[in-house]
Write a protein that binds this ligand. Structure first.
Ligand SMILES: O=C(O)CCC(=O)C(=O)O
Ligand SMILES: [Fe+2]
Length: 336
C-alpha cells in the first residue's frame, strides 16, 4: 500500500513539473479522485455514515416533521404519521396524551437522577407509633427512609366499610361518580384486560372471590361526591402536619393474593402515604441504577392491615405482591 502511495505521489509531482498541469486541475480529474479513493466512489467509501444518517432521519426527523405538520392541520401528513405511530406503539396517536406512550420503559431514562446521598444509612423500614408532626417532617416527609406508621389508621372505619361491593355501590353503573372517574381519572389495569373501572366492577362474583382469572387494579378518585363517601371512613393521617399541601385525589389499589404491581418508578414529583386497609402487601424496593453501591440494592417491606406506609416512589423502584389469603384494599394520597 505504502509502495503504491509513493508511486502515485511521484507521478503527481511529475505531472505538475513535466507537463505543467496545475495541482488544482490535477486533483479535479475523475481518474485521480478514483485512484485516491482506492478505486471506489466517495459514496461507497462512506456508506456506513450514509446508511446511519438515512436511518436517523427516518426514525427522528421525518416523524417529527410529520407530527409538526399534522399539528398545523394537514390530514394527509397526520394519517401517515398515525400509521407510523400505530406501527411503533400499537395504538393510535389520538389515544395518547403524550407523543411517546408513558410506560416505565420510556419514563425511566427521562427522570431526573436521584441524589444518592439521600439513601446513605437506609437499610430497612422504620416502624413507629405516636409519630409527631415534627418527627415526621424531620425524618420522613421528604427523605428516602421508608416508614411504617403502625397506629396510622386508629379511629378509622375503612376496614369495616371498604370492600369490592362497597366500591361497586359508590361507583354504580350509570352513576355520575362512575362517569366522572371513567372520563377524568386514571385507571391502572396492570395485567388484566379491564378497560376501565366500570368494566372491572362488573366482573363475576366467582372472579371477585378468586375463582376465575386473576385481577389487580388501581384507580384515582377525582370525583368529589365519591371522595366524600370514602372520607367518611378514613381521616387525613394524624402525623401529616397541616402546613403540607395535600392532593385532593385519592388512590385505591385492590386485588387478589399472589398479584400486585410490576417493578417501576413513579414520576409524580410528590411523596405519598398508603394505608393498608385490608390484606397484607409486600413492597419490594430496589435502588435506582445511578445509586448502585451507595443505596441498599434491595429491600422488602411487609405492610399489614392497619399500617400506613410512607415511601418515596419517585426515588425507589418498587413492585408489590399481595400475601396471605385476603384481598388487598389500600387507600392513599400525595402530599407536597
Ligand atoms: O399499591 C400498589 O400495588 C402499587 C402502588 C404504587 O405503585 C404507588 O403507589 O406508586
Ligand atoms: Fe408506583
Amino acid at each position: 500500500m505504502e509502495h503504491i502511495d509513493e508511486n502515485f505521489a511521484s507521478l503527481m509531482k511529475r505531472a505538475v513539473s513535466e507537463f505543467g498541469i496545475s495541482e488544482e486541475n490535477l486533483i479535479k480529474l475523475k481518474s485521480v479522485k478514483s485512484i485516491k479513493n482506492d478505486g471506489n466512489s466517495w459514496t461507497y467509501n462512506n456508506k456506513e455514515i450514509l446508511i446511519t444518517s438515512v436511518l436517523l432521519l427516518a426514525v427522528t426527523v421525518v416523524p417529527a416533521l410529520m407530527y409538526t405538520s399534522a399539528l398545523r392541520g394537514s390530514d394527509v401528513t397526520y394519517n401517515i404519521f398515525d400509521r407510523y405511530f400505530s406501527y411503533m406503539y400499537g395504538s393510535s396517536a389520538l389515544d395518547e396524551t403524550c407523543l411517546v406512550p408513558n410506560t416505565e420503559y420510556v419514563q425511566d431514562p427521562f427522570r431526573p437522577p436521584v441524589d444518592c446521598t439521600e439513601c446513605i444509612g437506609v437499610t430497612g423500614v422504620h416502624r413507629v407509633s405516636n409519630l409527631s408532626h415534627a418527627d415526621f417532617l424531620e425524618k420522613y416527609a421528604f427523605s428516602m427512609q421508608p416508614v411504617l406508621i403502625k397506629d396510622g389508621q386508629d379511629g378509622w372505619t375503612a376496614k369495616d366499610a371498604f370492600s369490592f361491593d362497597f366500591f361497586r355501590r359508590v361507583y354504580s353503573q350509570g352513576s355520575d361518580a362512575l362517569e366522572k372517574v371513567t372520563n377524568d381519572c386514571q385507571f391502572f389495569p396492570y395485567s388484566t384486560e379491564f378497560k376501565d373501572l366500570g368494566d372491572m366492577l362488573n366482573m363475576s362474583r366467582e372472579r371477585v372471590e378468586g375463582q376465575g382469572r386473576p385481577w389487580y387494579v388501581g384507580w384515582s378518585n377525582c370525583d368529589g361526591k365519591a371522595a366524600n363517601i370514602l372520607r367518611k371512613h378514613y381521616k387525613f393521617p394524624y402525623f401529616l402536619p397541616p402546613e403540607l399541601d395535600h392532593s385532593k385525589t385519592d388512590w385505591v389499589f385492590m386485588g387478589l393474593p399472589g398479584y400486585g404491581a410490576n417493578m417501576h418508578i413513579d414520576a409524580v414529583g410528590a411523596l405519598s402515604w398508603q394505608a393498608q386497609v385490608k390484606g397484607t402487601k409486600k413492597w419490594i424496593l430496589e435502588s435506582p441504577p445511578e445509586c448502585a453501591g451507595t443505596c441498599i440494592g434491595r429491600m422488602e417491606i411487609i405492610v399489614e392491615p392497619g399500617d400506613i406506609v410512607v415511601l418515596d416512589t419517585n426515588k425507589w423502584f418498587h413492585a408489590t405482591l399481595i400475601m396471605g389469603n385476603e384481598t388487598s384494599i389500600v387507600i392513599g394520597s400525595e402530599y407536597y
